[in-house]
Write a protein of this length. Structure first.
Length: 153
């Protein structure tokens, strides 16, 4: 869903919201993708989605977009990185630690400006420098609180 919404944005002239239920999303099923168990098991998919979004547009190109679109696309990248980190740090393993480190390295090597934005200027700055276990605690409990608040199951 994220890729289908994010990638065409710079080509849009206007967006129109239609309140038409194209599909029904039943909240509360145990196999639902938004349950903590499922999102933590599929963290590698989230990393791939983030990398594809990163590859779609450079930070330099995003900064050349009109003000509102630029702000929205930066917000999307920041949100995706924070979600990707949460999916990854929810469980602790050497593989997960390595994968998250590799993701940050990938961003740094491919778009240093985006790396700096995500690390120092976006909402990620609040959790990026935390030790793994504290980061995990903060992010998972924040997710559980928000999931309960908006009834995600």
């Amino acid at each position: 869903d994220n890729l289908f919404a994010y990638i065409p944005l710079p080509f849009m002239k206007s967006i129109y919201y239609m309140q038409i239920p194209f599909y029904r999303y039943f909240i509360g099923r145990p196999d639902q993708s938004v349950t903590l168990k499922n999102i933590t098991a599929r963290y590698d998919q989230q990393i791939r989605v983030f990398m594809l979004m990163r590859d779609a547009y450079s930070y330099e190109l995003i900064n050349k977009l009109p003000k509102g679109l630029k702000s929205y696309m930066k917000h999307c990248m920041s949100s995706m990185m924070i979600i990707t980190q949460m999916f990854t740090v929810a469980n602790d393993s050497e593989e997960r630690r390595s994968d998250l480190k590799s993701l940050w390295k990938y961003v740094k090597e491919n778009d240093i400006a985006l790396f700096r934005y995500l690390k120092y200027k976006s909402t990620n700055r609040f959790v990026h420098f935390l030790p793994w276990k504290i980061k995990s605690f903060v992010m998972v409990n924040s997710y559980l609180y928000l999931a309960k608040k908006i009834k995600l199951g």
